[in-house]
Design a protein around this ligand. Structure first.
Ligand SMILES: C[S@@+](CC[C@H](N)C(=O)[O-])C[C@H]1O[C@@H](n2cnc3c(N)ncnc32)[C@H](O)[C@@H]1O
Length: 208
């Protein structure tokens, strides 16, 4: 059976339209991470690679990893079109599996809208954390649990929308230093109407 969050289901979704997500990076990725010095980064569950490609455009070496082969292929094709292929690695892996990324260590790991149950998300955060160099940065953004009642979009099930406490606990278990866990409003256009989504942001670093 093809479950909603399976590589097959995501492959189908990615194959159906030219771009499922925007070409532009997530606004909070830009806001929180623009000031970092150029280095190596991993985008875990990176989909079509909008965030990784933004970093590659700024000279970073990037690995965009996702369990959907169609998403990873779309990322590599866009990297080629934009002349960024030399800086880009695409990996088809399950983020919840340890040791699932090839570029290590990285200066920055990004996890954006990887809306999976808490135990799986903790495993994915562990994968991201283990890819970091000492002192490296982990950045995450998700549809927050509060978005279910007060925001627009995102998965309809509570267990797929992390709470601030769950994110903190996942980081504490890995010995990460948490700098920020906070909710932020994000406004966007949907069918000509302005909508508000409530995101939860995580910024943490590995021990130096
Ligand atoms: C909502 S999309 C977000 C994509 C991208 N991070 C972005 O912000 O544009 C979620 C992505 O997570 C991927 N995904 C879901 N579960 C995964 C898993 N266990 N391992 C790797 N990728 C996964 C899906 O294939 C999909 O590309």
């Amino acid at each position: 059976m093809t479950t909603r969050n399976s590589p097959e289901a995501w492959d189908q979704r990615y194959a159906e339209s030219e771009m499922v997500w925007s070409l532009e990076p997530n606004q909070f990725v830009v806001e929180y991470l623009s000031g970092l010095p150029t280095g190596k980064m991993l985008d875990l569950g990176g989909g079509e690679g909008r965030n990784a490609l933004w970093f590659a455009g700024r000279g970073w070496h990037v690995e965009n990893s996702d369990f959907s082969p169609v998403a990873v292929e779309k990322f590599l094709q866009r990297a080629e079109r934009e002349g960024l292929l030399e800086l880009c690695t695409g990996t088809t892996v399950d983020a919840t599996q340890p040791e699932s990324c090839v570029t290590k260590p990285v200066d920055l790991a990004v996890v954006a809208y990887l809306q999976i149950p808490a135990a799986d998300l903790a495993a994915a955060i562990s994968t991201a954390a283990k890819s970091l160099r000492p002192g490296g940065t982990l950045f995450g953004v998700w549809h927050a649990r509060e978005n279910l009642e007060q925001g627009f979009g995102g998965p309809p099930s509570p267990e797929l929308n992390p709470t601030q406490d769950e994110l903190r606990a996942a980081c504490d278990a890995l010995g990460l230093k948490v700098h920020t866990v906070t909710m932020r409003d994000r406004f966007f256009d949907s069918g000509g109407q302005e909508r508000k989504a409530i995101d939860v942001i995580l910024l943490a670093t590995a021990a130096a």
